[in-house]
Ligand binder design. Structure first.
Ligand code: NAP
Length: 315
């Protein structure tokens, strides 16, 4: 027989683990499905300097590990599994996971958003060693250095502008000659004396794999075919994020880019009407702030709502 849990949490990043701490402390015995990227985006970053309470900063993986221990201390359990499909039409909800079927009275979706990467091996090898997808997290480490940002949308412009606070020069690399960023953001980037825009350019290789730190990028001009090396100390990806919510399509409302729509902060909807017992928190429903602390905050809200739902629908 399938076990029915009071609360199942999808995702083990900052939002999911905060939801786990709160629901565990409320004796809901939550089960956390750790997902494809256990620990979420924080587990891929280095020093986190803006999470309140850590005046000297804390390593992202350590912060996540602490949250996990904190949740476990109150009785949260963890499973290295991910969701294949879900049926929200019946209550308790039926979850088909890589570890079998699970039944849940409340579901907290904290499956996050995954940064898009170029996918080339040298880039993957240097994540956390000069390659980053988060300017707010890692920009500080590049004070006085020359760096590059990839992308042609608003995220790339925003990252490039933000990074001029630290870097001595930011080269913005985009694969086409047309930028899709909004006019105002593009104009700001063009006008900035420390930003150089380079269109029609793709990255063939990130240099520095053997040294374990970014030394430069080998570039190719897609029009002329010529290659050159740009010496840089950091490479920031600004090519967008993909919310991990496709498995909910048709069962809860997603926006045009696939983020979960929420009302009342963390309530999910279907055709605009609240889906009782299903809550979403963190980056899977937040395209705007995407910070560890905001994810944690919404994880807390989702947990409190789940608790309230269970109280009102005593089983
Ligand atoms: P986006 O608009 O989808 O832009 C992604 C950019 O990355 C595009 O220029 C795309 O190139 C490029 N790209 C994608 N995959 C690539 C790859 N494999 N290799 C090289 N380049 C690649 O994403 P976004 O910039 O994150 O913006 C998402 C949404 O959030 C937008 O609606 C945006 O307006 C909004 N946003 C707003 C602000 C703001 O107003 N302050 C800030 C951030 C984001 P192509 O152009 O060639 O496709």
């Amino acid at each position: 027989m399938t076990e029915t849990r009071d609360t199942v949490i999808l995702g083990s990043g900052c939002a999911g683990l905060t939801a786990a701490i709160y629901t565990a402390r409320a004796s809901l015995n939550p089960l956390v499905l750790e997902g494809h990227e256990p620990g979420g985006q924080l587990s891929m970053t280095t020093l986190v300097e803006n999470f309140p309470g850590w005046p000297e900063g804390i390593q992202g993986p350590e912060l996540i590990d602490n949250m996990k221990k904190q949740a476990a201390r109150f009785g949260a359990t963890f499973q290295l599994a991910h969701l294949h499909s879900v049926d929200l039409n019946i209550h308790p909800f039926k979850l088909h996971t890589s570890a079998g079927e699970i039944s849940a009275r409340t579901l907290i979706v904290a499956s996050g958003a995954s940064a898009r990467w170029l996918g080339i091996p040298s880039e993957q090898a240097l994540i956390g060693h000069g390659v980053s997808s988060c300017a707010t997290c890692d920009g500080f480490f590049f004070r006085g250095k020359e760096i590059a940002v990839v992308g042609g949308g608003d995220s790339a412009m925003e990252e490039a502008l933000f990074l001029t606070r630290f870097a001595s020069k930011v080269t913005l690399l985009h694969r086409r000659s047309q930028f899709r960023a909004s006019k105002i953001m593009l104009e700001r980037a063009i006008a900035h004396p420390n930003i150089e825009l380079r269109g029609n350019t793709i990255i063939e290789e990130v240099l520095g794999v053997d040294e374990k730190e970014v030394k430069g990028v080998r570039l190719r001009d897609v029009v002329t075919g010529t290659e050159d090396v740009l010496p840089i100390s950091g490479l920031f990806l600004g090519i967008g994020h993909e919310p991990n919510a496709t498995m909910f399509k048709g069962q809860i409302d997603l926006d045009n880019d696939g983020y979960i729509r929420t009302t009342g902060n963390v309530m999910t909807t279907l055709d605009g009407k609240i889906v009782p017992g299903v809550f979403a928190c963190g980056d899977v429903q937040d395209r705007r702030y995407r910070q560890a602390i905001t994810a944690a905050g919404s994880g807390c809200m989702a947990a409190l709502e789940a608790e309230k739902f269970l109280e009102e629908h005593a089983h």
